[in-house]
Structure formats: C-alpha cells, structure tokens
Design a protein around this ligand. Structure first.
Ligand code: ZN
Length: 439
C-alpha cells in the first residue's frame, strides 16, 4: 500500500491488518510541537545554522563544507603569519569547533525541553514504537535508562534498544522500567553493523560482523529465535530481494527522516512483510517516525508475533520525510520556512543576546589583546596556572560524571570525547597563538 499523501501524517503497511492500524493512527494521532525554552535563545542561531547546513541529504556534504571553511581559514592564517604549521593547526581547530558545536548542540537538545511529541488518544487500540535506537554504547547521547525515559516523554510506549553489535545496555534499560514502574516495553535488540545493517529483535547472544557475514548473521539470529529486519535498506549494497531470500523477515521503510525506495516497499507489499518506521535514535528531540503496533503486543515475544503477522504500520510526519529526490534550492527554502514559522522570535532574541555581548566585549578587546601579548609561556606562570585550573575544573566534572556512570556498570564514551574536545579547543587556540604570532 502506498503512503497516504493527504494530511499531516503518512503511513505505509503491507497487510490488511497493518493498513487498518496505519490509517487509524494517521487519523487520530496528534503531533504536539513546542518551541525550545526561552532561556535557550542564545542557542537558537546555532540551531538555525545546524538546520541550514544539515539540509543536504548526507552528513558528508556538511563535513565537506566544514572542511572547506576550515581549510580557507587555515590558508588565510598561514599566509598572514607566514607559518604553515600555524595555518594547518588553525584549520584543524576550526573544523573541530564546527563539528563539535553541532554534536554538543544536538546532545543538549536531546535533554532540553521542547521539540515534537506524539499524542495518542486514550484507549486507542494501538501504541507507538521506536524499534531502532542507540545509547551511549554506540554513538547516542543518552544512557539506556535516559533513552527509555526520553521515548516515554515523546509519546512512545515500546522501544527497542538496538546498540551496534552488542546487547550490553538492555539489562540497564529493563531494570529502569521495572524500578520506576514505567508503562514502557523494552525490546532487547541489536543492530548488526556489517556491510548491511540488520535489526535483530529478541536476540539472546550478540551476533557480530567479526564472526558472521551478513548471510550467516541472519541465519544465526533466526537460530536464536530472533526476528530480523533490514535497517535503512538503501545503505546496503545487497538487493532487498537477496536479503529476503537469505531470511530477512521485514524492512525498515522509514529510518530517521528517509523513506525507502518504491522497490523495497513493493517487495514488502508483494510478500506481506512488516514495514517499520524508526528513529535510529541517537540525539535530538524531533521524532518524525514511529511504528504502529497493536496494544496486545505488550511483551517482546508478542511484538515479534505482531511483526511476523505484518500487524504493524510505518507512521511518519509527511512534511519532514525525504523521499530520495533531493533538490537543494526547494529544500533550503522549506528548511527556512519551517525555521521562520517555528522559532523566529527566539532566533532574533538569540541574535540580540550575542550582539549585546559583542557590544560589551568590543571596548574590552584592546585590553584583551594587550593581556594576551603580555602572556609569555613558559614564563607566564599565571596564564599557565589559569589554563590548568580551567582544565582541572572541566576534568573534575568529567570524572564525577564518569564515576556516576561507572557505578551503573558503564564506561562512558561520548561525554569523555565531549570534555576532551572542550578542554582541547581553547588550549589549542592558546598554542596556535604561540606557534605563529601575527606579523
Ligand atoms: Zn545502521
């Protein structure tokens, strides 16, 4: 069945039961969009920047743009200071700052109020699920417990924690739900990330690409009694028909904000295979996809049964979904239109904040310049002590945070990287002024 074009919500399903669920949910479910809190106004210009440079369909375009900006800045500094090393260092720092601010902003927005929330009417015969999510174990911003709470707060009642090539976070997520008696169902899962990515629900032992190729992985997961769905099939080099022949039992037709090709959806319809719509959640607060499941699917095994029967539908916010026909100018116009409509006052307030800060700082700049020139490393002990003190403060917070997570049986990665970035960037800036003083 083709996704419905009319209305705010679209859906797609391959069986009669799935279509009934999808059509009902698309009619009844409401999306509540709230603006970010007013006190996050200084972040809003960065959010606009992030949205605008992120309009391109692939992260590589954004990274390419940043590399170009970093390269040009480095070239300019290198010429000016007649130091090639200085130029290269500055190029790297600019790249780090641009990429780092986007990651930091997305991590922040994951926990700040605002964004999109699904509202399912009371007594509905269906629930919304996200069957593809990553915790800090595989590049997400949240710990398993926080990830479950995030999904609950955004209107989901089922979440599959599907960290890459492992099942380590599942017990933490389950324990959180039990401890807080949260009406949430956690489905144990793994995203097998070999040359093709596969979601394996109700897996008992990890299936890794180091031990299994794609075909063997599907066989091993099914031998364990797991259910195998192909994640974002458009990134696989293998044709959907071949993956189906090898034993894959369903397809993710929406991942994040991308819709699968007509061919993949036609295969699902022809063979009555379950279609899912998942977030591939890592960061953010704007979920635009959900899998609709019947309310009777209230255990991991029953979710598997619902999927096996095709009793599910892919639900998505039509306006936000990329159908694979990317045209830069209309997309940019669409992005700008959405930004203007949602957060223009906040954006202006943010600009005013930075403008005001700039106006206050401007008269102080000569004094700052004189201060920076007076700093003589290694003789400028006071400056060195200041830098060390700052670094120790940030590192102390990092250690506190790591200790908290370590007690939950977890060694954090993303925080560690973030703190390292926060410490390194300013230190590098100080270093680069040492390497190549201007004129
Ligand atoms: Zn993936």
């Amino acid at each position: 069945m083709s996704p419905s074009q009319a209305g705010l919500l679209g859906w797609s399903a391959s069986t009669r039961a799935g279509a009934a669920l999808g059509a009902l949910a698309a009619r009844e479910v409401r999306v509540a969009i709230s603006s970010p809190a007013w006190w996050t106004a200084p972040l809003e210009p960065l959010r606009w920047f992030d949205d605008i440079v992120g309009t391109a369909p692939h992260i590589f375009y954004t990274v390419g743009l940043f590399a170009a900006v970093g390269g040009l800045t480095g070239l300019w500094w290198g010429r000016r200071s007649r130091s090639r090393l200085g130029g290269v260092t500055l190029a790297v720092i600019v790249m780090m700052l641009l990429v780092g601010q986007i990651f930091a902003l997305r991590a922040l927005d994951t926990v700040l109020p605002g964004g999109l929330r699904w509202v399912v009417p009371r007594g509905a015969p269906y629930v919304l699920a996200d069957l593809h999510s990553h915790s800090q174990a595989s590049g997400g911003a949240l710990m398993p417990a926080q990830l479950v709470q995030w999904h609950y707060d955004h209107g989901y009642r089922v979440v599959a924690l599907s960290d890459s090539n492992g099942l380590r976070g599942v017990p933490l997520a389950v324990r959180y739900v039990q401890h807080h008696r949260l009406p949430m169902l956690v489905v144990p899962a793994e995203e097998y990330r070999g040359t093709t990515h596969l979601l394996m629900f109700n897996l008992r032992r990890a299936v890794t690409p180091a031990r299994y190729n794609v075909r063997a992985a599907i066989a091993e997961a099914r031998r364990q009694g797991a259910f195998v769905v192909v994640a974002h099939p458009w990134t696989s080099r293998l044709a959907p028909t071949r993956l189906y022949a090898w034993g894959a039992e369903g397809f993710e037709v929406v991942d994040g904000n991308v819709l699968a090709s007509r061919g993949t959806r036609a295969l699902c319809t022809r063979e009555a295979l379950p279609e899912t719509a998942d977030l591939d959640f890592r960061t953010g607060n704007f979920p635009v996809a959900a899998t609709v499941l019947p309310t009777w699917a209230d255990t991991p095994q029953l979710v598997q049964r619902a999927l096996a029967q095709g009793c599910c539908a892919a639900l998505f916010v039509t306006d936000e979904i990329d159908r694979g026909d990317f045209h830069l100018v209309p997309e940019l116009r669409h992005t700008l239109h959405n930004l203007r409509r949602r957060t223009l006052p906040l954006f202006l307030a943010g600009l005013a904040f930075w403008g005001l800060l700039g106006a206050i700082m401007w008269p102080l700049l000569p004094a700052l310049r004189i201060f920076l020139r007076s700093v003589r490393l290694p003789h400028g002990e006071s400056a060195a002590a200041l830098a060390l003190g700052l670094a120790a403060m940030v590192a102390g917070t990092a250690v506190e945070c790591m200790w908290w997570q370590f007690r939950q049986g977890w060694y954090p990665r993303s925080e560690w990287a973030l703190y390292l970035w926060a410490v390194c960037s300013p230190l590098c800036l100080v270093l680069v002024t040492r390497v190549s003083p201007p004129e």
